[in-house]
Design a protein around this ligand. Structure first.
Ligand SMILES: CC[C@H](C(=O)O)C(=O)SCCNC(=O)CCNC(=O)[C@H](O)C(C)(C)COP(=O)(O)OP(=O)(O)OC[C@H]1O[C@@H](n2cnc3c(N)ncnc32)[C@H](O)[C@@H]1OP(=O)(O)O
Ligand SMILES: [Co+2]
Length: 134
């Protein structure tokens, strides 16, 4: 089912400072910030040869990052995103196996405009998993 590691996401309290750290201290190529109001985040992608780092800052009053950053005020690794060939089939298979699909349970467009969904961290070794349609 899962394929490439599409990105590793880091939630941060200050996106501009985090972007500057990766660009200036680590010499990384970084994207412009992209507000994603329907997801309650603003994203910056750090381009790596073999995957991406997604820097995430809360956007709006009820961002899903809010409580995470209360627990981790300096920021922290937030989720892993794996690519799948068929997100609808993957969702059905996972639900049948008892995995909790977060939100409405239906895939919706993510940062790359492709359908994404999220699996409850308590069902996957304490790790929030995002699946993105390849
Ligand atoms: C633009 C889209 C972009 C993309 O790449 O396409 C994105 O990635 S958007 C990313 C932001 N959106 C989401 O994360 C959506 C899915 N997330 C959620 O629905 C929530 O974050 C949720 C339900 C996973 C957690 O919400 P919250 O922290 O408010 O809930 P709790 O405080 O009740 O936590 C429950 C339980 O889970 C543990 N937890 C929470 N977040 C994480 C995490 N990121 N990794 C690991 N564990 C997590 C939390 O500690 C609680 O555990 P407990 O033992 O009960 O204390
Ligand atoms: Co993501």
């Amino acid at each position: 089912m899962i394929g490439r590691l599409n990105h590793v996401a880091i939630a941060v309290p200050d996106l501009a400072a985090a972007t500057a750290l990766y660009r200036d201290r680590l010499g990384a190529r970084v994207s412009e910030p992209a507000p994603q109001p329907e997801h309650g985040v603003t994203t910056v992608f750090v381009e790596l040869p073999n995957t991406k780092i997604e820097l995430l800052e809360p956007l709006g009053a009820d961002s899903p990052l809010a409580r995470f950053l209360e627990r981790n005020p300096d920021g922290g690794i937030h989720h892993l995103c794996y690519e799948v060939d068929d997100i609808a089939a993957a969702s059905k298979q996972l639900e049948a196996a008892g995995t909790r699909i977060l939100g409405s349970g239906q895939p919706r467009p993510g940062a790359h405009g492709k359908p994404v969904l999220f699996l409850h961290p308590k069902d996957f070794l304490g790790t929030l998993i995002e699946l993105e349609q390849a």
